[in-house]
Design a protein around this ligand. Structure first.
Ligand SMILES: Nc1ncnc2c1ncn2[C@@H]1O[C@H](COP(=O)(O)OP(=O)(O)OP(=O)(O)O)[C@@H](O)[C@H]1O
Ligand SMILES: [Mg+2]
Length: 253
């Protein structure tokens, strides 16, 4: 792999109470590419994704050891600034959670918090990010209408636009299309492929066809361990490890 790692994980172990959820994770996630995390239910995909954004911190009884380097800086280091770390990453959840306000204000929310743009600048930002997710034409006549009036697929694109408006470097997605119809799913997948020009993208998915369509690299996780990591075609079509073979065999023809 010749690309620079954007996220580097070193000897990461996550325990909650007596459960050892992630075991000695070592991985370098390349910059400006899409990496999918696959594996059976309960294997630790969401936990791994959340460890990149320090979203595990608040779980009672959690114990995290090891390092996660983002741009070379350890996000679990003593002097790490959690707000800054989170600002670098946009998170697209399984279901869209638009803020209970207008379409316009959903996008303007982040820029308003992080700076004091003028009305004119905000208008331009809102248009820019709605265009970036292909939503502008659909909503330009109702920008001040409630975000909750949008379809679920449109809401998910709005949430993506809201995340992008904070200017992250990394986009994390946890089964972000699982609540969507096939057309909305396709729109999000196409956006992901476009967005990797500018962002490092890490997606959790249990849909191997989706991993194949959108990702450059795949991480296969099984019972809290990374079994195999490599280019998409290699993992899905010609894996080295027996466990990976067995996992992908049932799904890929
Ligand atoms: N807050 C928690 N407290 C205790 N155990 C937890 C907690 N969160 C997750 N786990 C356990 O950690 C393991 C990994 O969970 P995780 O949500 O990361 O799996 P996953 O691979 O994302 O699964 P799925 O595909 O079903 O979403 C599971 O056994 C889960 O029950
Ligand atoms: Mg999960």
């Amino acid at each position: 792999m010749t690309q620079t790692p954007h996220i580097g994980v070193k000897n990461l172990n996550v325990r909650i109470g007596d459960s050892h959820l992630l075991k000695d994770i070592n991985i370098n996630i390349p910059d400006k590419s899409v990496t999918s995390i696959i594996g059976p239910s309960g294997c630790g995909k969401t936990t791994l994704l959340k460890s990149f954004n320090r979203l595990l911190d608040d779980i009672p009884g959690v114990n995290i050891t090891g390092n996660v380097l983002v741009d070379g800086e350890d996000i679990y280091g003593k002097h790490a600034d959690v707000t800054q770390i989170r600002k670098k990453m946009g998170l697209l959840a399984q279901r869209p959670f638009p803020l209970p306000m207008s379409i316009y204000d959903n996008i303007a929310y982040g820029p308003r918090i992080h700076g004091a743009p003028s009305k004119k600048e905000l208008n331009a930002l809102v248009e820019h990010y709605l265009k970036a997710v292909g939503l502008w034409e659909e909503v330009k006549g109702r920008l001040h209408g409630s975000a909750s009036s949008l379809s679920i697929g449109q809401q998910q694109r709005l949430c993506l636009a809201r995340g992008l408006a904070v200017e992250p470097e990394i986009i994390l997605g946890d089964e972000s299309t699982s609540a969507l119809d096939p057309i909305s799913t396709k729109i999000i997948e196409d956006l992901i492929i476009q967005l990797k020009e500018k962002y490092t993208i890490v997606l959790v998915t249990h849909i191997l066809r989706q991993a194949r369509r959108v990702s450059d690299y795949i991480i296969f996780v099984y019972m809290g361990e990374i079994i195999e990591f490599g280019p998409t075609e290699e993992i899905l079509l010609n894996p080295k490890e027996k466990l990976t073979k067995e996992y992908v065999k049932g799904f890929i023809s």
